[in-house]
Ligand binder design. Structure first.
Ligand code: DAK
Length: 259
């Protein structure tokens, strides 16, 4: 029997699903099968009304040490073109529900790019981030040269992409790559705490807010503001808006149903 490449718990906590990368011996190197399973699982979780937030994690030693170099080593340009991994990454990027990366140990190359594809990042003190592709004669290929400068600015992105040097969790925090650094033993529980804060909100409002924030990276400001406005109006068609505002007026906690 093939070992499970990823472990999925759809109800890790109420409304919170957990995906755990599970190739510990290979430091969770992201081979094509793993990426395909992540993509399929995210699509499934996106369609599951019980799930409101998704956490992706690895293990203590590695979130993911990058794409699987051994699988890529013998490939030519046309092999890479035919495999078309980009459609897998594009599909992952289209996930509507919020994704939190809970990172311990190495998050390198494609692993760092997967982190940046997530919406929020909680890291253990031990975490190390990097784009070391340059050291194996290539460069980031899944958004690293684009998402990194948007997160940390040009000069630091250049440093990471051109030297391949790793940065610590503390540096990643100071550079704006991640949300928080916590003691090694609590990176997952802190990610769950963040997920719970999101899971209690209206899932429709969360989805549209995520979509709107992402537009900041894709559209000129005026168009993005207009996009935001339409999502904002749309939320006034939900029961959750009625419930949220009524609860405020009645001085009670809202109960959002995603309707
Ligand atoms: N791929 C395959 N195997 C890996 C791996 C990787 N990325 N990283 C580690 N491993 C394997 C090692 O080969 C070793 O296996 P055995 O020799 O035991 O069989 C095992 O994991 C343990 O690793 P080490 O013995 O090296 O452990 P150390 O603690 O000494 O070192 C390390 C840890 C993380 C510093 C080192 O393993 C390392 O430098 N790993 C490679 C990091 C790296 O260069 N990452 C970037 C890979 S390129 C694309 C999308 C994405 C990408 C490309 C295309 N498209 C959409 C087209 C992404 C590319 C990349 O990520």
């Amino acid at each position: 029997m093939n070992p499970e490449l990823i472990r999925v718990n759809k109800a890790y906590e109420k409304h919170i699903a957990l995906i755990q990368l599970n190739r510990p011996k290979e430091l969770n190197a992201l081979n094509l099968q793993v990426m395909g399973e992540i993509r399929d699982t995210l699509m499934e979780l996106d369609n599951d009304p019980e799930v409101r937030v998704i956490i992706i994690t690895g293990n203590e030693r590695a979130f993911a040490a990058g794409a699987d170099i051994k699988q890529m080593a013998g490939k030519g340009a046309i092999d890479m073109l035919k495999i078309d991994q980009f459609s897998t990454w594009d599909q992952i990027r289209k996930t509507k529900k919020p994704i939190i990366a809970a990172v311990s140990g190495f998050a390198l190359g494609g692993g760092c790019e997967l982190v940046m594809t997530c919406d929020m990042v909680v890291a253990a003190e031990s975490a190390q981030f990097g784009q070391p592709e340059i050291k194996i004669g290539v460069m980031p290929g899944a958004g690293g040269t684009q998402r990194l400068p948007r997160a940390v600015g040009k000069v630091k992105a250049m440093e990471m992409a051109l030297t391949g040097n790793f940065i610590s969790a503390e540096e990643a925090l100071n550079w704006g790559l991640i949300n928080k650094v916590v003691p090694n033993e609590s990176y997952l529980s802190e990610a769950v705490r963040l997920a719970k804060d999101i899971a209690k909100q209206s899932p429709i409002a969360v989805q549209l807010a995520k979509e709107s924030v992402l537009k900041a990276y894709e559209m000129p400001l005026q168009e993005a503001l207009s996009f935001e406005r339409k999502n904002f109006y749309m939320l006034f068609a939900t029961q959750d808006q009625k419930e949220g505002m009524a609860a405020f007026v009645e001085k009670r906690k809202p109960s959002f149903k995603g309707e």
